[in-house]
Design a protein around this ligand. Structure first.
Ligand SMILES: [Zn+2]
Length: 135
């Protein structure tokens, strides 16, 4: 999607800045909100923002929309379980989560079965530091 505006009702923007490291984004801080304009906004990035900021609002041409959760999120984030096969640096396994519930979000790792509620989702998990795809 192109030219998406994301409105966050917070001043705590460090987590979103981490997600936006490789994106072309304009950020405007106002009194009560933060406005982020994205030139290119893949659904995956919008979902990550939504997971970190439950009350985030999304607009294209001032039309509000809600990013869609697919049934399965593949290569989306790391599993918080350090013993999970997808957390092992030598295992070329792409992390995968089943979306158990969309609101409030609840994900389940397809490999170890760990349930991951919204509160357990951090920008560190979402930036896939340990994930080096060999394919
Ligand atoms: Zn797992």
């Amino acid at each position: 999607m192109e030219n998406v505006t994301v409105v966050l009702h917070t001043q705590k923007i460090e987590p979103v800045l981490k997600l936006l490291e490789n994106s072309e984004a304009t950020i405007q801080k106002k009194q009560q909100e933060v406005r982020i304009t994205l030139k290119q906004a893949p659904n995956e990035l919008l979902l990550k923002i939504l997971l970190l900021y439950e009350d985030a609002k999304f607009y294209v041409d001032s039309e509000e929309f809600t990013p869609e959760f697919p049934g399965v999120l593949s290569g989306f984030m790391n599993c918080p379980n350090a013993n999970c096969v997808t957390s092992q640096p030598r295992e070329p396994v792409k992390p995968e989560f089943v979306v158990v519930r969309k609101s409030p979000p609840l994900l389940q790792c397809s490999y170890c079965g760990r349930y991951v509620p919204k509160e357990a989702i951090t920008p560190e998990l979402l930036t896939l530091k340990r994930f080096v795809p060999p394919w």
